[in-house]
Design a protein around this ligand. Structure first.
Ligand code: NAD
Length: 361
């Protein structure tokens, strides 16, 4: 029986529309193969929304996102809007979307593709076979804890304050997402904290350990964040799934991503409790190459695959897209950002066509 899904597309700014066009075509082709019918609806966000409506996230866009099964976002931002006040800048649209959909879990895979192993700055033997998922808490911790601000002390000196705080329920809900993700992978979860120094981390460790009773099939370990940073560079293959708070996750997910050395290849997912999740590439809007048909569309396409896997539970269709991406890379097709000697240099559109051809074969 045909499954119907309503997908909100947010192309945004810069290279966004170019890479979104490829992802939409890929979804349509794969839908036909797996009996999935996609109803696409497009909405404005970021600079494009500011130009059209004066706001980075118009209410109509958020409504459309809420009223769908999943949201596929490209990227926002660009030089044109950099001098606007912060609440009117494109980034405010992204923050508004996360808050409006209650997206508290950010999933960032870092997988070394055999064809791109030499794009990593680390030695081949260190990164070969790396396949890590970082699950980062997104709406709590030190970025949101109160009190926060710059205050003046009794002596007239300025004092900057942020507060790292997590409640038990905040820890448990991100923990649950991470255990579930580990279950879909190799069944190993490493929880990263700083429990030797921070009370908030002691509570984190305690609740994650308690939660592990519900997931006896997942092997849980704990690591201090300083050691985790070191181990990611020393022996990244030891990790399968990592769960951590907002600040540590911000840093570790970028470090893990860079093991792969290719920003144009990295997808991500942000999930909430009841609202639809948002799936987007890790990279930004790349204004330096926008409109020049030079962008790599594969992170956007792999974000669509993540959407199929995590929001729509269509594992086979997700696998099919991921295999298609490997196939074009295996054939030697490359965009500029992942180009190496002897390979075929393609533009964004041609890379999309090459991928679609391999998916149709
Ligand atoms: P960026 O990721 O846009 O670009 C960094 C570099 O990587 C650039 O040289 C760019 O050309 C290249 N690059 C990025 N994606 C690529 C792709 N798919 N194919 C080929 N090359 C690619 O980061 P930046 O330059 O720091 O930021 C540019 C704009 O994007 C800013 O306005 C920033 O605020 C915004 N931004 C948005 C998001 C988002 O939408 N989630 C994330 C990061 C940055």
């Amino acid at each position: 029986m045909t499954q119907n899904y309503r997908i909100t597309l947010l192309p945004g700014d810069g290279i966004g529309p170019e890479i979104m066009e490829v992802a939409q075509k890929v979804l349509t082709i794969v839908g036909k193969k797996f009996d999935l019918q996609f109803e696409f609806q497009q909405a404005l966000i970021g600079g494009a929304a500011i130009d059209a409506t004066g706001e980075p996230l118009p209410a109509a866009s958020l409504d459309m996102c809420r009223n769908s099964d999943a949201v596929l976002l490209a990227a926002i931002g660009g030089y044109k809007w950099d001098s606007l006040p912060s609440h009117l800048r494109p980034e405010a649209g992204l923050l508004g979307l996360r808050a409006g959909l209650g997206l508290f879990a950010n999933l960032r895979p870092a997988k070394i593709l055999p064809q791109l192993i030499d794009a990593s700055t680390l030695k081949r033997e260190v990164v070969e076979g790396v396949d890590i998922m970082v699950v980062r808490e997104l709406t709590g911790g030190i970025y949101f804890g109160k009190p926060k601000g710059i205050f003046t002390t009794e002596t007239g000196e300025k004092r900057g304050v942020n507060t790292m705080a997590y409640t038990e329920s905040e820890i448990e809900r991100i923990g649950r997402v991470a255990f579930e993700a580990a279950r879909k992978r190799q069944g190993k979860l490493c929880s990263v904290d700083k429990a030797n120094v921070l009370e908030v981390s002691q509570l984190w460790r305690d609740r994650i350990t308690h939660l592990s009773q519900e997931f006896p099939d997942v092997e849980l370990s704990h690591m201090y964040v300083d050691n985790a940073a070191m181990q990611l560079l020393r022996n990244p293959k030891q990790f399968d799934t990592i769960v951590t708070g907002n600040l540590f996750g911000d840093i570790l997910s970028d470090a893990a991503a860079m093991l792969t050395g290719s920003i144009g290849m990295l997808p991500s997912a942000s999930l909430g409790e009841s609202n639809p999740g948002v799936f987007e590439p890790v990279h930004g809007s790349a204004p330096d190459i926008a409109g020049q048909d030079k962008a790599n569309p594969l992170a956007q396409v792999l974000s669509a695959a993540m959407m199929l896997r995590y929001a729509l539970n269509q594992q086979n269709a997700a696998d099919y897209i991921e295999k298609g991406v490997l196939q074009v890379l295996h054939r030697g097709d490359r965009t500029g950002d992942i180009m190496s000697k002897g390979m075929n240099l393609l533009g964004c559109r041609a890379m999309g066509e090459a991928l679609i051809q391999s998916l149709e074969e």
